[in-house]
Design a protein around this ligand. Structure first.
Ligand code: DC
Length: 225
């Protein structure tokens, strides 16, 4: 079986754009596998912080990336057997992930692990460099975004629903800082590739965004080879 032949839908975009939820639902609808690549960077930051490794120590971070003992199973993310799915969503891990993700050695240590998710019948992968670096031959590349204010509002609502206190202007500032860090780094920066199609969800709800991705994929599949 040629696993490399499995189609990949790459969904890249900035923090809190809703791409994770959209990608998961698209994957479920197509019965494809799903890769949350941001979770890997979050796991590296989480592990480093747990073991008091400095977030500027590239060599140590790259060892952590290579040795991550992680299993994704449904909504669970088992790190050495412990479910850390919620823990790695904390703002401290979001900021840490954005820092460790700037290191080339960390990115290359995670490359093979990400590509291994490509299996039949297909994969929906979300992140920042899915279409540009990890799966450059993806059949469809979407750059999914929304304006920073809308993203801050969405994150605020999510946190409130979980009973977590938050401040909208702090969230907006965090999103802007992270956008700047993710877009300005020298390796695999967040940017829309020329071969990616833009999907701005500022005025769309999740269902509309999912339907639009599926519609675009249907169009690609319907084209004669
Ligand atoms: O998608 P996310 O918010 O879970 O990602 C967390 C951080 O990881 C984000 O600041 C950017 C980084 N990231 C990356 O550099 N490349 C990816 N493919 C995915 C995430």
């Amino acid at each position: 079986m040629n696993l490399n032949g499995a189609p990949v839908i790459a969904i890249d975009g900035p923090s809190a754009s809703g791409k994770g939820t959209v990608a998961q639902r698209v994957a479920a609808s197509l019965r494809f596998h799903y890769l949350d690549s941001g979770a890997l960077y979050r796991l590296v930051a989480y592990t480093a912080m747990q073991s008091e490794v400095d977030l500027t120590d590239e060599a140590a971070l790259s060892d952590i990336s290579r040795d991550l003992n992680v299993v994704f199973t449904g909504a669970k993310i088992l790190l050495k057997g412990e479910d850390v799915a919620d823990a790695i969503r904390a703002e401290i891990c979001s900021n840490g992930a954005s820092k460790v993700a700037a290191y080339p050695q960390v990115r290359s240590a995670l490359l093979g692990r990400q590509r291994a998710f490509r299996q039949v019948p297909g994969l929906v992968a979300d992140g920042r460099d899915m279409g540009s670096v990890v799966f450059p031959d993806a059949v469809m590349k979407i750059f999914l975004t929304a304006d920073a204010e809308t993203r801050a509002q969405r994150r605020y609502k999510q946190l409130m629903e979980k009973g977590i206190d938050a401040n909208i202007s702090t969230l907006l500032q965090d999103i802007r800082d992270r956008d700047a860090r993710d877009s300005n780094r020298s390796v695999a920066p967040l940017q829309k590739g020329a071969d990616a199609s833009l999907l701005d969800t500022s005025a769309l709800n999740i269902t509309q965004a999912v339907d639009e991705v599926l519609r675009r994929y249907g169009e690609i599949c319907a084209k004669p080879a």
